[in-house]
Design a binder for this molecule. Structure first.
Ligand code: ADP
Length: 458
């Protein structure tokens, strides 16, 4: 690319300088021609005025020849040289186009280029008026070498070449620096893409570049961070799933082993088999969860206009028996006629999950367990809150609960250890909420309870 630019610059410069030099040379030749015509006319006048005094005329011609750095011949009407400032042609007869033309009354000039010399030659007629008519009595032939002019042009050419080469070098250096600066962020980006493709998820391209390229780099960095987060949560998820699968598998193995070892009563067999069945069910649940979460990645929402209050009421009705069974008081403050665009089934799934958690993570040590659900409408949004006085979540774990595979109870509260779950529910909730472009947030304090808030733009 750089070579092409340089060639374009060189050709443009060559064309421009050739044109300019030609122009300059032609103008200079024209000026010399004008100057020589003036001198020839002066010589013709001087000769006319001193026809009687040829010696004086010769002195004058010599001095004009010296002044104008040219050879001057005064020739009579028979083409015989009368005066020559170099003396060598005196008495000789010469003839050429210029002499012929001026003896016919017309001034003429001619440019002669030989291998070693360029010569400009011109002639003017010497016209004498005897009071009645004009008579051509001879001609002044003047010729000069264009060597010094050619030398000037060559010198100019040399100077121009020097300037051009320096300008070209400077412009090439500047172009290289500018191109380098311009492509640097792109090279950094391509290095980033390489690192990412080699598995360095989370790699960040450092750049202060603004504009389109800056935005591209920003988008790359966001993608890289997101990929790194996904990878992290995938690992946590697999860890947690492996752990969850291992527990029922180990208990099944132990149960089968102890059954196969002794001769037991049929009652013991029944009890152990029912335990094994329970563990198998737990595994089945887990597999169902997994399939759900995988399916969720590519769900297509079936968006329709829905009355949000109705959707919420349906869900509460469905879960009420479960709350009653577990001694949790469910209060519900509903608002009707809030029409939103959503996928009814998916939103029911979201609400069910959050309310289910609020009941599931109740604090058994408390005398009175409650869950309060509200739906409110303000100017440009609707807000659903699900509040409980359950176990609560440690503040440091709050940012992670929407990540797939995250369960905090196992580590923080001994009591929660027995609560079943796979840490996927809230990840699914978040996914559905994001796909609706709604927002979900949580506030919680350990041992006090939690508030989940869904904000729906209207
Ligand atoms: P799980 O299947 O474990 O319930 P979720 O994704 O639904 O998975 O929830 C993730 C974690 O967030 C749960 O393991 C639990 O520790 C915590 N959590 C969710 N909701 C509540 C709540 N209302 N009260 C206390 N902890 C909660």
């Amino acid at each position: 690319m750089l070579i092409i630019y340089s060639l374009i610059i060189i050709f443009a410069f060559l064309a421009f300088s050739t044109l300019m030099l030609n122009n300059y040379r032609n103008t200079q030749i024209r000026n010399t021609e004008i100057r020589l015509f003036q001198t020839a006319n002066i010589v013709a006048d001087t000769y006319k005025g001193n026809l009687e005094d040829i010696i004086f005329a010769r002195i004058m011609v010599k001095s004009y020849g010296k002044q104008s750095n040219s050879r001057i011949l005064v020739i009579d009407s028979n083409k015989e040289v009368l005066i020559d400032n170099f003396n060598s042609y005196i008495g000789k007869t010469i003839n050429n186009k210029e002499i012929k033309s001026s003896l016919d009354g017309k001034s003429k000039s001619g440019l002669y280029m030989t291998d070693d010399k360029d010569i400009l030659q011109l002639s003017v007629p010497i016209i004498l008026n005897d009071g009645i008519k004009n008579k051509i009595i001879g001609t002044v032939l003047i010729s000069t070498s264009l060597d010094s002019l050619n030398k000037d042009v060559e010198e100019l050419k040399g100077n121009m070449l020097k300037i051009a080469v320096s300008a070209l070098v400077v412009s090439l250096v500047l172009t290289i620096i500018a191109t380098n600066n311009m492509t640097k962020p792109l090279r950094n980006l391509s290095y980033g893409v390489k690192r990412l493709s080699l598995g360095d998820l989370g790699y960040e391209v450092k750049s202060k570049t603004k504009g389109e390229i800056g935005m591209l780099i920003q988008a790359f960095n966001n993608m890289s961070h997101r990929l790194s987060k996904i990878e992290k949560s995938r690992k946590t998820f697999i860890n947690s799933i492996s752990h969850e699968l291992k527990t029922p598998l180990t208990s099944m193995k132990v149960l089968i082993e102890s059954l196969s070892m002794g001769e037991n009563d049929i009652e013991i067999y029944k009890e152990y088999l029912s335990d094994i069945y329970g563990e198998a069910e737990r595994m089945e649940d887990l597999v169902n969860y997994l399939m759900n979460s995988i399916k969720l990645e590519d769900i297509i929402l079936d968006i329709k206009k829905e009355d949000l209050g109705e959707v919420l009421e349906d869900t509460v009705k469905l879960i009420l028996p479960y709350a009653e069974k577990n001694g949790v008081a469910l209060s519900f403050n509903n608002s009707k006629n809030i029409i939103v665009k959503c996928d009814r089934d998916r939103i029911r799934e979201v609400l069910f999950n959050i309310i289910d958690n609020a009941i599931k993570y109740r604090d058994e040590e408390k005398e009175y367990n409650w869950v309060s659900i509200t739906l409110e409408k303000s100017k440009n949004k609707a807000i659903i809150t699900v509040e409980d006085n359950g176990l609560g979540i440690d503040e440091k774990n709050l940012p992670s609960i929407f990540q797939g595979g995250f369960r905090v109870l196992d580590e923080s509260i001994g009591q929660g250890f027995n609560i079943e779950g796979y840490g996927i529910g809230l990840a699914i909730v978040k996914n559905i909420i994001d796909k609706h472009n709604w927002k979900i947030s949580v506030e919680s304090s350990l041992k006090l309870g939690s508030i989940f808030t869904i904000t729906i733009p209207l």
